[in-house]
Design a protein around this ligand. Structure first.
Ligand SMILES: Cc1cc2nc3c(=O)[nH]c(=O)nc-3n(C[C@H](O)[C@H](O)[C@H](O)COP(=O)(O)O)c2cc1C
Length: 164
């Protein structure tokens, strides 16, 4: 039984969540930024994490999702500025599911992640970004300890689905 936790993270929020997920796994495991992943064959489960960008998955991750082997078990996690559990991050996770067409999705999870104040200031003026940018103003202490506890619980629930 071998697990991979991989992530893309520009400002560290998704990496923080990836590390919490990694800590909760008690089988053979690797933690790698997505750009350092050499191959995806041989893992029983791959956790893939990303920051929500423009309501979706950063384009950098498209090749990774598209290259996953047939039937590969994966679990998706993300961080986002908008409210947790809202429709905006759900939409981004659905985009990721749509990209990983050949994989078997065992779970999805998202928590808030702080957004640089300068980015919010610029984006709140743009109609297509206003909704999440306004919500993101209160995300400055995320991901927090509770988010990381929930992330670990998510990891355990995914592993339970494959008998671990
Ligand atoms: C270019 C850009 C676009 C973003 N778009 C969204 C968005 O559409 N919805 C949202 O909730 N957060 C958005 N965010 C906020 C990030 O998802 C959030 O800060 C995330 O936690 C960053 O993760 P990272 O530190 O791993 O890069 C955006 C951030 C950037 C830089």
């Amino acid at each position: 039984m071998k697990a991979l936790v991989t992530y893309y993270s520009q400002t560290g929020n998704t990496e923080k969540l990836a590390r919490a997920i990694y800590e909760a796994i008690h089988v053979e495991k690797e933690l790698l930024p997505v750009q350092d992943v050499k191959g995806t064959v041989g893992y029983d489960i791959i956790f893939v994490g990303f920051p929500v960008h423009a309501h979706s998955v950063p384009a950098k991750l498209f090749p990774f999702f598209k290259g996953l082997p047939d039937g590969q078990n994966i679990a998706l996690f993300c961080t986002h500025g908008s409210l947790r559990g809202g429709h905006l991050p759900k939409q981004a996770l659905e985009h990721a599911v749509g990209l990983a067409t050949r994989a078997k999705i065992l779970g999805t999870f998202g928590v808030r992640g702080k957004v640089d104040a300068k980015i919010i200031e610029a984006l709140v003026k743009q109609a297509e970004h206003r909704a999440w940018a306004e919500e993101a103003q209160e995300a400055s202490n995320h991901p927090d300890d509770d988010d990381l506890v929930d992330g670990k619980e998510f990891a355990r629930s995914v592993l339970a689905k494959i008998g671990r």
